[in-house]
Ligand binder design. Sequence first.
Ligand code: NZQ
Ligand code: ZN
Length: 379
Amino acid sequence: MENFISHNPTSLHFGKGVIETIARTVKPLGSRVLLVYGKGSVKRSGLYDRIVAQLNQAGSTIFEYDGIQPNPLVDDVDKAAAIGREKSVDYILAVGGGSVIDSAKIISITIPVTHTAWKFYEYKAKPVKAIPLVAVLTLAATGTEMNPFAVLQNPETGRKDGYGSPLCYPVHSFLDPEVTYTVPADYTAYGIADLIAHCFENFFSVSECSLSDRFIAAIIADAMHWGPKLMQNLHGYDERAAIMYDATMALNTMTGNGKGGGDWGVHGMGHILSLLHGVPHGASLSIIFPAWMKYLNKKAGKQISQLGTLVFGDNDVEKTILRFEEFFTQIGTPVRLSQVGIGEEKFEEIIQLMIRNKVEGRSYKLTEVDYRGIMELAK
Ligand code: NZQ
Ligand code: ZN
């Protein structure tokens, strides 16, 4: 077991009705708020009106930045930070999925500085301070609501990268499973795939930690139990709640304790698919992970077998991979590149960008030969 420090400063407000407690919870943070959201789902669902009404009643001054896109852009972060800086906001309220909350995390550390947010991603600048961030999660998937990470795209540099700073934990995160009722079936399935992929990435670490491994397996088993039920009943409270909690636990740093950091090679490959072809994040992972496991079944066989034993009570490597692949298909998330319109004629460009961006796993290093082998199995 590796040494580790465990500290998570986010207060999680979970359950039916927590949305109504936002204004009174955030009151001590101040009255000037930068409200950040995406392309309109929060308006269509009525969530925006519910939150704005509360804030108005509390006497808040609201500034807004909307239009954050899935696979979010650093450009939006810079523009939103400029508003936050000019208006001297006291805190940021991010209402949305991973893309909105990730953007808001970087907005929160960019407001106090004068350079572009991308400097953090290039490690040319270190954040010094963060404007407090409050998150209202509308889509269960990434775990961003209780972790210090943020993933942004920069089309100019041709990169989609993750960044983490202890300053980026939300102060409060509000998770009402009812808010996720309006997430359509496809994104619901991608979210389940993403949370399971986070379990995989942490499991395939260099080190073992028996409790973290069992915790990871328990989250996967829970998601595999509730996932298909949720796909049958998108307005089921218990189903939404279970998956929402699974997603938070899958990437709030707990599952990494004692394991020395995850592998993250599949996420790196998936980011290239999102960057070049707009593949939704979770879909990129349900495509690449089964192929990655098949390709690495010799090198990673011992770990796949251990995972199979913990999740299915069966140590057979091939059956374990097949069960995961069948599960992804059952919930309706793709397992082949052809299902998202990526034919073999597009492979070369994808592989070249993987080479340029030096995509690799921490435990299982990847090279050009490996990208080609994995893509071939995913086609
Ligand atoms: O933009 P709006 O209109 O809000 O629509 C969104 C978007 O089109 C919609 N949506 C969200 N909540 C909804 C809803 N539609 C109806 N009802 C609701 N309640 O769903 C679409 C996808 O939203 P997005 O935020 O992009 O999805 P997700 O939460 O899966 O976030 C994906 C992003 O997070 C990054 C991914 O790379 C990707 O950029 N990740 C962040 C991580 C982290 N911070 O720890 C780790 C992950 O591995 C991941 O890389
Ligand atoms: Zn992910």
